[in-house]
Design a protein around this ligand. Structure first.
Ligand code: ZN
Length: 262
């Protein structure tokens, strides 16, 4: 199947909508979005740790009583340095990253049954994966949940797995006529982006988010070694730049481009 082209964002950037103001319980300022409690929210995280990158938005939505389901699409084994904690095999590395994600989600307060590891797009014991079967697997995950909101990476991203997540979701949403608002998050590797919705936050939430991110110890240490900056500070730097860009009144922001399906 040909990959869908990510549409170029419109040149005019509207004033971004503050998410907390958009959903007050007295209706929602995002056209067509029903945020009656409990709405169902699905997070498609290409790697273990992508959920955490939008942790403040997730925490706020959960505090309102919405139900969050997290699907981690790949094991992220490639992100673990050879020999780290004695892991050399992909299965050992996958186990490390999934354990980190379980710990961070426990700290977050996500019920464990709402965290799924789909392990898509990876060879198993040197055998190639079946593309069509994996597409169906993601389709089967999405169909019964009937999410109002899906959070996923932006399609215009230099990371192949992030791009692929958007492409696959786009195909499924179109094929199955899903009625859903997709929130595409700005990440360190996003290439071009329109900030439609912002979730601004203060130092208190930033400290909490650092703690959440540091559960991904393999990533924290790898970033410290290779970039001289921790994974936590790297994500928060994106949030600080996004707050500046969106002229947010608070020092940090998670920002999203909205794409409506159905
Ligand atoms: Zn990722």
């Amino acid at each position: 199947m040909a990959a869908p082209e990510f549409p170029e964002p419109e040149k005019v950037t509207p004033v971004p909508l503050d998410l907390t103001a958009a959903a007050t319980g007295r209706g929602c300022a995002i056209p067509g979005l029903d945020l009656t409690v409990p709405a169902t929210i699905v997070v498609l995280a290409p790697h273990p740790d992508d959920f955490d990158a939008i942790g403040v938005t997730m925490r706020w939505l959960q505090s309102l009583g919405h139900q969050i389901h997290v699907a981690v699409l790949t094991s992220g084994a490639n992100g673990v340095k050879d020999g780290w904690q004695g892991a050399t095999q992909p299965s050992e590395k996958a186990a490390i990253r999934e354990a980190e994600q379980r710990s961070s989600c426990a700290f977050f307060g996500l019920p464990p049954e709402r965290l799924s590891f789909l392990r898509l797009w990876e060879e198993v014991d040197g055998r190639p994966y079946d593309e069509a079967l994996q597409y169906q697997q993601l389709r089967n995950y999405l169909a019964p949940r009937q999410a109002n909101m899906v959070f996923l990476p932006h399609g215009n991203d230099s990371n192949r797995t992030h791009r692929r997540t958007w492409e696959t979701f786009h195909s499924i949403a179109t094929q199955d006529d899903l009625k859903v608002h997709a929130f595409l998050n700005l990440d360190a590797k996003t290439l071009s982006f329109r900030a439609d919705v912002v979730m601004s936050f203060e130092e208190e939430a930033a400290s909490w988010k650092r703690e959440l991110l540091r559960f991904h110890r393999s990533q924290q240490e790898r970033n410290l070694k290779t970039r001289g900056i921790g994974f936590d500070e790297r994500v928060l730097a994106v949030n600080r730049a996004a707050a500046d860009h969106a002229a947010s009144p608070k020092p940090y922001a998670e920002v999203f481009e909205l794409q409506r399906f159905g």
